[in-house]
Design a protein around this ligand. Structure first.
Ligand code: FAD
Length: 802
């Protein structure tokens, strides 16, 4: 056996083999896979082998599209069969909301180039004649749906990898992974120790145990899952062609042809987590005992939807475990806080996603960054707060909701409340209706009077509309207050703090007492952060950015650490409030003896507010006159009472994230992971106005940003006024011009201040003109929209700066 390798991939399921193949495909041949038994010995061998592109996240859908297209390539390279059946598939809708979701998906597919189609009952009857159409209002047809042979496909990946120079050791159990001081790894196996520069955890069912060998907790959990294969069914084998897949979300089932019969699997509500305290190493090529009790109701439903099933006998039952992360997406990428340790686990749909996971990881390792935004599957999307106690209920919830409608405004209830600030009870008493971000409870709005204390999930304007409008008016006409707990915050200190920031951030680093806004770029010029930098002194800076990207940003900071500058994540150590609106200055002035009038727009200053030492900065994401006031969380309640009491004379209202998102639209401010994400560049989004090309630093991404400045971006972010009805833009709606899709929306909503529906989105640079009339497809309806460039509130910035 080889004893040194550049990469040791641990685990020979479909994911490990895909990673191995992609490493060779991108040019690394000194790579090795270690499998404790035979290839496919985890979840892979008993999978149903179905694949599809449908995914609410467009980047995940693109990754699934890549995976499906790859199979032909694999067959050609290896001469092996993946047992492909490209039979197409439909996803049924039996109510308006489900149909809305399919319409929204179809709309996204237009700019992704996916040839899906909305079909009505008559067409469904032709495509899938075994379906009982009672109550069905439509379906989404995807010609790319199909299934394959899980074992054949895994072996094809393995053969292709071997052809690229990779080595595979089966019956080679990894017992320990020990890091050397230089960051490389000793991988201790039954067959000896291998010295590897990098390791990849593709341990599937055992990924938790493999992670624990290096002291890493991976937030994933196995769930039991069952599908049934029927005896021969004449309505199936007498057809001239193979029956397509049918997903029936109402029945939580997926169905396809298997031989001369059918195969149907369920995501049942009484589902069961498996191996709660760890996957036994003794679990081999085996199945779990049949459990018809938990799928009894699902079977009854399926008999009604597909009556042929009731007449067919059961040929076999496949009941096995596979793993999920808390949100159902894979855990991929460099593990935060570790050197040369990579994750390729938590893949619950290995045959829809495995190829894309392998490609993403190989690009990250070899080229330094993946080609597209992979936040949805980045292992860094969970923070250090995550624990098995959180993961388990979230995984159960995810399994149960696998086929549920997911709404843009939906707040899932499992594992909540988890992390709360000292304001939780006070705000709850004031009517806070909570959402969550990155495990943290965040007020969406404050229900007053008969306003709903639960926001009903919807694709259309929700029942929180009136409360949101009331809060927006409260801010614009008086003063609003909310917490700054959901900002990611970092403290950069040391003699080289400024020099380090100058290299990491593309923008100007401010002078003491001042703030600046700056994009953070990857080497390829992609947006990987959108920061406010506050200079507290020449050697101390506070950074604020998205709360949900803490582990992502800290991983980047740590990868680029330098002597003379320390970086600390203080997101939960520094808290406080923002106050915004025309009366904000008067409120702050009433709470401090400091000279508030002399605090200019974009100033930062230490001030005593009430009894509390605070950092006060004059800036507000509402676009209004506003202040962010940061304090030690131990003093937060005291600060609250001070501000709230002073605010009473000025009609202060608490406001939540729903109002905040409406307020920021008035000024066309972008939002992280909507307008600003690693899919886009600074020039495309307009953030290039904050890049300092004048500064004498070779900041990361400079060459790419300069090249783009010279050439000009092919597309640019614009704002639109939309003639919407009861549904505003959410994200990824296609933008039509002259009968063709020319762009897509990044976000949108209702400006309660202006009484208008607003969207933001990309158009080709050469088509953009003030007043340009376009159409935006919202839930299957073409809505007139026009490009606008003048903000709806305080267009000249007089109030914000005044
Ligand atoms: C009943 C059922 C039906 C399914 N149907 C579908 C479907 O239709 N479509 C779909 O896309 N997905 C389906 N899945 C899910 C699919 O099986 C998984 O997504 C996929 O198999 C995950 O592959 P993996 O490589 O990540 O993990 P695994 O297949 O679990 O592979 C992990 C491998 O790592 C090895 N390993 C672990 N620890 C060590 C160690 N210490 N040393 C060496 N080797 C180690 C194991 O032996 C194993 O071979 C189904 C799952 C089940 C249970």
């Amino acid at each position: 056996m080889k004893t040194t390798t550049r990469v040791a991939v641990i685990g020979g399921g479909v994911v490990g083999c895909s990673v191995l193949y992609h490493l060779t495909k991108l040019g690394w041949s000194d790579v090795m896979l270690l499998e404790r038994s035979e290839l496919t010995s985890g979840s892979t061998w008993h999978a149903a082998g179905g694949f599809h592109t449908l995914n609410g996240d467009t980047n995940m859908a693109a990754l699934q599209g890549y995976t499906i297209r790859l199979y032909k390539e694999l067959e050609e390279i290896t001469g092996m069969s993946c047992g492909l059946h490209h039979v197409g598939g439909i996803t049924l809708a039996d109510n308006r909301d489900r149909f809305d979701m399919l319409l929204a998906e179809r709309a996204k597919h237009r700019f992704m180039g996916l040839e899906t189609e909305i079909v009505g009952p008559e067409e469904i009857a032709k495509i899938a004649p075994i379906t009982n159409l009672d109550g069905i209002i439509g379906a989404l047809y995807d010609p790319l749906d199909g299934h394959l042979d899980p074992s054949g496909t895994t072996h094809a990946y393995a053969k292709a990898a071997r052809m690229g120079g990779a080595t595979i050791e089966t019956h080679c159990m990894v017992r320990e992974t020990n890091q050397r001081p230089d960051g490389s790894w000793d991988v201790v196996t039954d067959k000896g120790t291998i010295h590897a520069e990098h390791i990849v955890n593709a341990g599937g069912l055992w990924a938790r145990e493999v992670g624990a060998m290096a002291g890493v907790y991976f937030p994933l959990h196995p769930m039991e899952h069952q599908y049934i294969v029927t005896d021969d069914i004449p309505e199936i084998y007498e057809r001239g062609s193979e029956h397509p897949h049918v997903m029936d979300p109402a029945g939580e089932s997926y169905l396809r042809q298997e031989g001369r019969g059918l195969c149907i699997g369920f995501y049942e509500q009484p589902c069961k987590p498996w191996a709660v305290d760890g996957t036994p190493w003794t679990f081999g090529h085996e199945l779990l005992p049949d459990d018809f009790d938990k799928i009894e109701e699902s079977i009854e439903f399926a008999y009604k939807r597909f009556p042929v099933l009731a007449r067919a006998g059961v040929k076999s039952v496949i009941h096995g475990p596979f793993t999920f992360a808390p949100d159902g997406n894979p855990l991929v990428g460099p593990v935060p806080g570790m050197r040369n340790y990579w994750s390729a686990c938590g893949v619950m749909a290995g045959f829809s996603q495995g190829g894309g996971v392998g490609l993403t990881l190989a690009q990250w390792m070899i080229e330094g960054e993946p080609e597209r935004d992979v936040m949805a599957l980045d292992v860094a999307r969970f923070g250090s707060w995550i624990s098995p106690g959180y993961t388990r209920p979230k995984v159960i919830e995810n399994y149960q909701k696998r086929f549920s409608v997911s709404y843009p405004n939906e707040e899932l209830p499992a594992a909540r409340p988890n992390r709360t600030t000292p304001m939780y009870d006070i705000f709850s008493d004031m009517g806070a209706v909570w959402g969550q971000q990155y495990g943290l409870e965040v007020a969406n709005y404050f229900a007053q009077g008969d306003e709903p204390t639960y926001e009903t999930p919807s694709f259309r304007r929700s029942d929180a509309f009136a409360a949101t409008g009331r809060e927006v008016r409260g801010v614009r006409q008086g003063v609003g207050v909310n917490e700054v707990h959901n900002f990611g915050k970092y403290l950069v200190k040391g003699p080289r703090a400024r020099a380090w920031l100058d290299r990491i951030m593309a923008g100007r680093i401010p002078a003491p007492g001042r703030l600046s806004l700056t994009p953070m770029l990857s080497a390829k010029g992609k947006l990987i952060g959108d920061f406010t930098v506050s200079c507290l002194s020449e050697t101390e800076f506070q950074l604020t950015a998205s709360y949900g990207s803490q582990a992502y940003h800290m991983r980047w900071f740590q990868q680029h650490e330098e002597d003379g500058a320390t970086i600390e994540n203080i997101s939960d150590k520094r808290n406080g409030f923002q106050i915004a609106g025309p009366k904000a200055r008067a409120v702050l002035a009433a709470c401090t003896r400091d000279d508030v009038d002399s605090l200019r727009f974009m100033d930062v200053r230490r001030m005593v507010v009430g009894m509390t030492d605070c950092i006060v900065q004059r800036v507000s994401y509402t676009g209004d006159l506003g202040y962010e006031i940061y304090c030690d969380p131990m003093a937060q309640r005291q600060l609250w009472w001070t501000l709230w009491q002073a605010g009473q004379a000025h009609g202060m209202v608490p406001f939540g994230m729903r109002a905040m998102m409406s307020l920021r639209l008035d000024k066309f401010f972008g939002s992280w992971m909507r307008e600003f994400s690693p899919d886009y560049t600074a020039a495309e989004t307009g953030l290039d106005r904050f890049i300092s090309f004048k500064k004498n630093t070779d900041f990361i991404g400079r060459a790419a940003a300069e090249a783009e400045r010279a050439a000009g971006p092919a597309r640019r972010l614009c704002a639109f006024e939309v003639e919407a009805d009861d549904a505003d833009v959410n994200a990824y709606e296609p933008i039509w011009l002259d009968g063709a899709v020319v762009g897509f929306c990044t976000s949108g909503g209702y400006s309660h201040h202006a009484g208008k529906s607003i969207a933001q989105g990309f158009l080709p640079s050469d088509r953009i003109a003030e007043g340009l009339e376009v159409e935006i497809e919202i839930l299957g309806q073409m809505r007139k929209a026009r490009v606008i460039s003048r903000p709806l509130f305080d267009a000249d910035g007089a109030r914000m700066r005044g």
